[in-house]
Ligand binder design. Structure first.
Ligand SMILES: [Zn+2]
Length: 389
């Protein structure tokens, strides 16, 4: 749990990258966030990040879901935003975070979604940059998107996918990665580098790849391809092929909603985002030891936590059976605008291939817990989304 005050415990650095960032994308691919930021943080709380849509409106109830409304909610989303587009919009957002006019990546993407009718084969980087330049010049998105009938739809739809992936957070980093000003000082004001991890505040990608850092995997775009076990159906997720035992990572902070055997997914875990809109599904986990110890339905997890282990269980009515030929993580993201969409004909599973590739910018480092079958994350984060009011 973190209070806004904790943010101030760290001395923080501006991104300081400015336009230099633009020429350095390739080099900076590792940096999925920038260090932050000075005073103005005192007033921030989980629901009021600067420039970002609130994670949850109203009283904070972890794991709460949108109330069933008047029946007017989004019924379908095609999320076809390519990785390079996600990354460029993300860089605009992070790079302008400390400027007076902060560009919100979801708004930028919603504008392009509305412009192209969701068809990103029409995408040109110049379109994004031109919109960003107008925003920086002081025009509002309302003006820029005026006349675009479906802008509000794309804003809500893409926001349901992306809100919660980017924001302020605190993280431990290795002392050798810490700038001097982030370190504690001795009586002479000199920084102490005692091998302890250092807490810093960052603004950037606070969500993680589903596969731990250092563990190889392979993937291809397999959303929607045909599957035949049980009944003819489409593949509503993304497979990441790797070795049995590879630590599986919580992409976003949330509450465990399902944990146990499922005929298709085998040992699987389902985690709901704290705004209730995203349900992350991790399936085919390891036989005999699928989950991180201590997890149960109702547990809160933090983005980057080890939640389980890659395996090949599933395709069996009987529990704990390895019927999947090639070990892999099946990863799915379901959007829920109304609780009636959680199960049944109204389910919305999005194509998450490009999103997963984008998330590979940020992989959780882990270490073996000796004497166990488990791995643990090396660097903790504090996610304001998990903090109460
Ligand atoms: Zn799959």
């Amino acid at each position: 749990m973190v209070s806004p005050r904790n943010f101030l415990k760290n001395r923080m650095l501006g991104c300081g990258l400015g336009s230099a960032l633009w020429g350095l994308w390739g080099l900076l691919a590792l940096s999925a966030a920038c260090f932050l930021v000075l005073p103005g943080l005192a007033g921030l709380s989980a629901g009021s990040f600067h420039g970002l849509p609130a994670l949850s409106a109203g009283p904070f109830v972890p794991g709460s879901v949108p109330a069933a409304g008047d029946g007017d909610f989004i019924r379908w989303v095609d999320f076809d935003v390519p990785e390079e587009v996600l990354e460029r919009a993300f860089r605009w957002d992070v790079d302008t975070y400390q400027e007076e006019l902060h560009i919100n990546w979801v708004e930028l993407l919603a504008y392009l979604g509305a412009k192209y009718g969701g068809d990103f084969s029409l995408y040109r980087a110049a379109d994004m940059d031109e919109a960003a330049a107008r925003l920086r010049g002081g025009e509002s998105m309302d003006t820029i998107a005026s006349g675009m009938r479906y802008y509000p739809y794309y804003l809500e739809a893409y926001g349901a996918v992306l809100n919660g992936l980017l924001g302020l957070y605190e993280t431990e980093i290795a002392p050798e990665d810490a700038p001097d000003f982030a370190l504690p000082t001795d009586e002479n004001g000199r920084p102490i580098r005692d091998g302890q991890a250092v807490w810093v505040s960052k603004y950037g990608l606070k969500a993680f790849s589903p596969i731990a850092s250092g563990f190889p995997y392979s993937e291809y775009d397999d959303f929607g391809v045909s599957r035949s076990y049980g009944y003819q159906r489409r593949h509503l997720g993304h497979d990441m092929m790797g070795q049995v035992g590879t630590p599986v990572i919580a992409v976003e902070s949330g509450r465990v909603e399902a944990l146990g055997w499922n005929q298709y997914g085998g040992w699987r875990i389902g985690i709901r985002s704290l705004d209730g809109k995203r349900y992350y599904y991790y399936a085919h986990l390891r036989k005999n030891y699928p989950y991180q110890s201590g997890l149960a339905v109702g547990s809160l997890v933090t983005a980057g936590d080890v939640i389980g282990y890659l395996g090949r269980t599933g395709y069996s009515a009987q529990e704990n059976v390895n019927n999947i030929e090639e070990p892999h993580l099946h990863f799915g993201i379901q959007l829920i605008f109304d609780e009636s969409q959680k199960e049944g004909d109204g389910e919305i599973w999005i194509d998450c291939y490009d999103l997963v590739r984008f998330l590979s910018l940020h992989r959780s480092e882990v270490h073996k817990v000796e004497g166990t079958k488990e791995w643990a994350r090396t660097y903790e984060i504090r996610d304001p989304a998990l903090a109460g009011p």
